[in-house]
Design a protein around this ligand. Structure first.
Ligand code: CP
Ligand code: NVA
Length: 306
């Protein structure tokens, strides 16, 4: 049976642990100039209904480094923009490739696509979450702080965003305390909080959210597709931006994360992004290593040449 990765809980705790170990190993071996052929002959399709820099490049480069290849299908320039149903795109794409990464809007579209596909589907960002981003984020916290269990993470800003939603899911799965700093209008949904089973809670005051945090994290205030709300969001979220004064309230050893792209000067200052506590560019790099480990896990053994 095919395995999908649509949310973090699609992998067991043991599989997550194996994945992080493998990602670290792949990162070390790349630095040492060695490469693997574990995806030899395999093809991953990257299907995008929204823009991307990191997700596209990290999957594409990662597949190539493992001896496989990637093909990109963008909504513009394909039949998706003309309304071909996601199920048909999934069925047809499955006939050509060994796995599909899909970036889309609603959970409903993601589920329809994954159900119709006959090869593994990886969620490359949807309204419900950004689980491949969280693999990189957790890898980065483990690398910088030695582990994530028992740590205190502060997420500031739009706590309804896909990235925030995956952080909430991660809090329960990986056993850390998540403080969500947001005004009520951008608070996490009651069902997301309920699913976190006490691991995540809303804290309205930004300084209280970050107090003694080991990790300070944010995401854009206006996600892709919400552009017409950006003025309203800027007003409502003013005061929840991550700046040097706020980072000072966190633990002295705290690291700062942001999935990127950032709106410098809005949800985070340039000074923090480029500052000594930022782990943001390691985080972006780790997308590739974590996803290489993920495709190995989902796509199975390489094809042997005849
Ligand atoms: N963080 C992230 O997914 O970036 P892209 O939108 O550039 O892929
Ligand atoms: N929340 C952002 C994440 C981008 C990687 C968005 O959906 O635009």
């Amino acid at each position: 049976m095919k395995r999908d990765f649509l949310r973090l809980s699609d992998l067991s705790a043991t599989e997550h642990e194996t994945l992080f170990h493998r990602a670290v190993q792949l990162k070390k071996e790349r630095a040492a100039g060695r490469r693997h052929q574990t995806m030899n002959g395999k093809i991953l399709a990257l299907v995008f209904e929204k823009a991307s820099t990191r997700t596209r490049l990290s999957f594409e480069a990662g597949m190539m480094q493992l001896g496989g290849s990637a093909v990109v299908l963008d909504s513009q320039g394909s039949q998706m923009a003309r309304g071909e149903p996601p199920e048909d795109t999934a069925r047809v794409t499955s006939r050509y490739v060994d796995g599909i990464m899909y970036r889309t809007f609603s959970e409903e579209r993601l589920q329809l696509f994954a159900k119709a596909a006959t090869v593994p589907v990886i969620n490359g960002l949807s309204d419900g979450g950004h689980p491949v981003q969280l693999l990189a984020d957790i890898m980065t916290v483990r690398e910088r702080l030695g582990g994530i269990a028992g740590k205190r993470v502060a997420f500031l800003g739009d706590c309804t965003s896909n990235v925030a939603r995956s952080w909430i899911e991660a809090a329960r799965l990986f056993g850390f305390e998540l403080r969500l700093g947001a005004p009520d209008a951008y608070a996490p949904s009651a069902s997301d909080l309920r699913d976190a089973r006490g691991a995540a809670r809303l804290v309205n005051a930004p300084a209280e959210a970050v107090r003694d945090a080991d990790v300070v994290c944010t995401d854009v205030w206006t996600s892709m597709g919400q552009e017409e709300e950006s003025a309203r969001r800027r007003t409502a979220l003013a005061g929840y931006g991550v700046d040097a004064a706020l980072v000072k309230q966190a633990a002295a050893h705290a690291i700062v994360l942001h999935c990127l792209p950032a709106h410098r000067g809005e949800e985070i200052t340039a000074e923090v992004i480029d500052g000594p506590q930022s782990a943001i560019f390691d985080e972006a790099e780790n997308r590739m290593h974590a996803q290489m480990a993920l495709v190995e896990l989902l796509l199975g053994a390489p094809r042997t040449p005849i």
